[in-house]
Design a protein. Sequence first.
Length: 348
Amino acid sequence: MAGHPLPRRGLPALLPFLGVGGAQAAHATGPEADWDWLRGRFLAAEGRMVPATRPEATESGFQAIGLLAALHANDLPRFERILAWSLATLRRPDDHLWAWRREEGPGDSNNSTHADLMAAWALVQASERWRRADLRRLGQSMAQDILSRCLLPGGPPLLLPAAGGFFNPRRGVLSPGSLVLPAFPALAQAAPDRRWDYVRAEALSLIRRARFGPWLLPPDWLELDRASGRLTLATGWPPRFSAIAAGAVLHLCWAGLGRDPPVAAALAFWEGQGEIPAWADLREGRVAPQPGHAGLRAVAKLAEAASLGRGTMDSLPVLSDAEDEEAAGLVLLSRLAWREIGLSRRGE
């Protein structure tokens, strides 16, 4: 599908719709400052990342974000604490993947592929930073189990959102936002397997093809007809582009693909709204009445800078703007991606 052309209006024209405040320039912008805020708000002493919206629950995705933040801040003691708690509490008995949620009472032992990709990526990077072979082995084991447990069986090498519950003989349900494109090269190097090349190619093809609605945006949830290969909005799931699908835009930018058509389409959509909405209904062509959170604004700002190849990090939302853990996660990841792909003019 062809994307809408993105008007090149430049950074100043987009600042009002991104909700940028001049006071943000006063905030510290380094990974250590980001981690200080994140851990002060969410990290418990035992190594659990405590969600604001549901404090009794723990999700593997938030644990993985804690690992990435601690890694980039060079905080080995807290990295180890988060990892130890995650292994003791979330690791599944029959593989090296993590249960996606634990809380009081019965939990859900199904994994989150998105979280496991981020955790494995953090582990293999940590092994290089801190010269720790044990961390490399853990990352390798997670990467190998992602390939053995989370690929759609009997079809193209597409990563499912989890090992169980997202496919049957007729269909598969996919989530473009769960495909952590920038992690694939590191995992392929740490746990060599030819399938990583095919997984990356299929993931990229999926994100580029699976775009719907008047804005040609990737959906949160996507359905694959296994007989015909046809892609549609997933039955039984909200037909939306929201913070979940915005992850696909973030990962494209982080992988150095900030000029890809899905990024351009998302930018054209966000710019056309005046204020970023919480979601867009891709079936009915309507948008949420409420504005999106700071995480969505961060992805939008990252996407704009990545499409231009430059930007000023002062304009990117900071962690203290985040309303909850979902927003904080997207802000944190957008800031990590910004630094890693070198978008700043002044080297923040």
